[in-house]
Design a protein around this ligand. Structure first.
Ligand code: HEC
Length: 228
């Protein structure tokens, strides 16, 4: 490829017009110079020298400024985009939280099929215990027992667990804005938060069994007579 004089002239005349050239053209010219210097044959390099000296006279500073401006603009755009993305995420999180808070709260018209104050049938407790140890309930390979222990080794509960349901639980309040929770709501909260799964159906035997089991674990936790 021979060095194109016409092209060079056109380029120089654009540079000669100094800052009248648009930012992308100046940036392109600056990029072109280094490309020619590194890779072009000697006669082209002469041209390049000429081009860069003209550039120096005509508007090297302008070019540098323009490039700096272009970079600053690009950065500003980048930041704006970053901010917009950040906002989008924040909104998404807020929506997600509101949605899951609704999903873990007892729905209207719901009547629990377990007792929070009295004894629950032994079959319900046995089923609850099995589910409590079942890793397939979660989306992350955990079982309730992974965090809360098993066989009477009750761990991962705070002192609030000693109070009868409904009561305040720090996680429910902090993550879901619920000032107090029933046993079934707490099961749903641990399903969607630490277990990373969908909440259980409100009328499911899984939810009823787990909630009944939690009531009994609570009795054990505070040293009351229990059926476990
Ligand atoms: C990754 C660990 C983890 C897993 C798995 C987990 N939980 Fe929890 N659980 C917690 C944490 C953390 C708390 C909150 C303690 C607090 O804020 O008082 C909690 C609290 C509870 C409470 C409330 C205790 C109280 O004070 O009333 C119950 C009930 C409960 N979990 C049941 C379950 C059940 C049922 C499952 C399985 C479906 C489960 N958890 C799975 C970590 C876990």
């Amino acid at each position: 490829m021979t060095y194109d004089n016409d092209k060079r002239r056109r380029l120089l005349s654009r540079l000669g017009r100094g800052l009248a050239g648009s930012v992308p053209i100046l940036a392109l010219a600056a990029g072109g110079v280094s490309l020619v210097n590194d890779e072009a044959p000697p006669e082209a390099r002469e041209g390049a020298w000429f081009l860069s000296s003209a550039h120096a006279e005509g508007g090297a500073e302008g070019g540098a400024e323009a490039q700096a401006e272009a970079e600053a603009e690009a950065e500003a755009e980048g930041e704006a985009e970053g901010e917009a993305e950040g906002e989008g995420e924040a909104e998404g999180e807020a929506e997600g939280e509101a949605a899951s808070a609704a999903a873990v709260r007892r729905p209207e018209g719901y009547a629990p099929a377990y007792s929070e104050s009295g004894a629950n049938p032994t079959e319900l407790l046995a089923r609850g215990e099995a589910l409590y140890n079942d890793t397939s309930l979660s989306g992350n390979g955990l079982a309730c027992a992974s965090c809360h222990g098993s066989d009477g080794n009750d761990i991962g509960y705070q002192d609030t667990f000693e109070q009868p349901f409904p009561h305040r639980v720090a996680m429910a309040e902090a993550q879901f804005g619920m000032p107090e929770v029933h046993a079934d709501e707490m099961v749903q909260i641990c399903m969607v938060a630490p277990m990373e799964a969908e909440p259980l159906a409100w009328d499911s035997e899984e939810l009823t069994s787990l909630a009944a089991y939690m009531v009994e674990v609570q009795r054990r936790f505070v040293g009351k007579p229990h059926d476990l």
